[in-house]
Design a protein around this ligand. Structure first.
Ligand code: TXA
Ligand code: MG
Length: 374
């Protein structure tokens, strides 16, 4: 693809520069692409009703064009312009959680092009709460189609620098507003069936939705069950191996002490083989690995291989006692593994209070569902 002259701007969410955001809006209106922050992850925006913009989005991401895009809106009246048959329950859901990290699937109106919905008769809609996203949508006057602003197959970007890594030279503008708050993509609820169905877990939990709507079904892929061959997942994006680090990855599950024993045994063996290894753990547990592995430098049985400790990277995703830390750091950690050319990754299982399901869903995808029970 031709190399574009990408404009990189920083905008503080506390001090929004309307002039720059209007220019970004003009780029979008002219069919160009602008990456912008949302409260979940950075999005790659284009005019959602312009088929050519959607084509450009797929090209820039290297994403299969049957994987539909989410339309981002800034006010409730926008819904009826792009969706039809919207039930009172669907409105109730949107009113409760918007603006915020929830995407709703509704039947689409004819003005939404097949290029945006991947040929589906439904459309995904979300009203973000991030002030920069909100203002950009308002100033552009558009329905902004925006997938996560990463190259297809890489972790979603949670910082402007991640977007730069993947899309610099491929899009017209990148708006950097620092690290996002949530760090994992929005929850997706399909409201076109008889009962609401969760297609992708996120910050908004099924229990939260149940409080408003009663029972919610959960798509089996969400729970980490692989699709039987020949069946199609409800959210087309779920069939691709997302967030895949270059190295192999195992998620280790079981009693805490057995988990750390398993990880340590394997890390030592891999490091002895000269492999670059990483451990994904928590603030609470990282000392267990540090203590045990520091013995590797001149340690028992390793005196002949003094350099092995250098092969091992211990990454803490944050404290599991503080809500939202693990999810906020997960994608950044997965990216750093690639940047360090890590060949083998061992991850603990994270039972974070509020976002456990969302975190484990992303982690299992990254590991291609390789779970070791100890
Ligand atoms: O938090 C988010 O949702 C971010 C920010 C930028 O808003 N966006 C995002 O977009 O994660 P993307 O394209 O990376 O993921 C959208 C997911 C895909 O799995 C896609 O298959 C699904 O939504 N999706 C979109 N339209 C759909 C539809 N009509 N029916 C079912 N699933 C749909
Ligand atoms: Mg994505």
């Amino acid at each position: 693809m031709d190399s574009l002259n990408t404009r990189y701007v920083e905008i503080s969410p506390e001090d929004i520069d309307d002039k720059v955001l209007s220019e970004a809006g003009d780029i979008l209106k002219a069919g160009g692409l602008v990456a912008f922050p949302t409260e979940t992850v950075y999005g790659l925006g284009g005019d959602g009703l312009n088929p050519l913009s959607s084509k450009k989005i797929y090209e820039a991401k290297g994403r299969p064009s049957d994987n539909p895009l989410i339309l981002h809106i800034a006010s409730m009246d926008a819904v009826e312009h792009i969706a039809k048959d919207v039930t009172p329950e669907a409105y109730k859901l949107m009113e409760q959680f918007w603006p915020g990290p929830l995407t709703v699937i509704l039947n689409k109106k004819d003005n939404v092009p097949d290029e945006t919905t991947g040929g589906l008769k439904t459309v995904a809609i979300r009203m973000p709460s991030h002030p920069v996203a909100k203002r950009l949508i308002e100033l552009s006057g558009l329905y902004i189609a925006a997938p996560s602003a990463n190259t297809s197959g890489r972790p979603s970007p949670t910082k402007g620098s991640h977007v730069k890594e993947d899309l610099f030279g491929k899009i017209d503008m990148i708006i950097d507003s620092g690290a996002v708050g949530i760090g994992i993509e929005s929850s997706i609820i399909d409201m076109t069936g008889e009962r609401p169905m969760l297609l992708r877990p996120g910050y908004i939990k099924p229990e939260d939705v149940e409080e408003v709507l009663g029972e919610v079904d959960i798509d089996p892929v969400v729970l980490g069950k692989l699709m039987p061959e020949g069946t199609a997942p409800k959210a087309p994006g779920m069939k691709y191996r997302h967030y895949a680090p270059k190295g192999d990855m195992e998620v280790v599950k079981g009693e805490e002490i057995k988990v750390s024993e398993y990880i340590l045994k394997n890390v030592r063996a891999d490091a002895d083989d000269g492999k670059r290894v990483a451990i994904l753990t928590t603030e609470e547990n990282k000392a267990i690995y540090q203590k045990a592995l520091d013995g590797l430098v001149a340690g028992e049985g390793n005196a002949d291989k003094p350099g092995n400790r250098d092969k091992v990277t211990i990454i803490s995703l944050g404290s599991c006692a503080k809500a939202g830390q693990i999810s906020a750091h997960l994608f950044d950690a997965l990216r750093s593994l690639d940047n360090m050319d890590i060949e083998m990754i061992y991850s603990e299982t994270f039972y974070e209070d509020d976002m456990g399901m969302a975190v484990m869903n992303r982690l299992l995808k990254a590991a291609a569902y390789k779970v070791i029970e100890v």
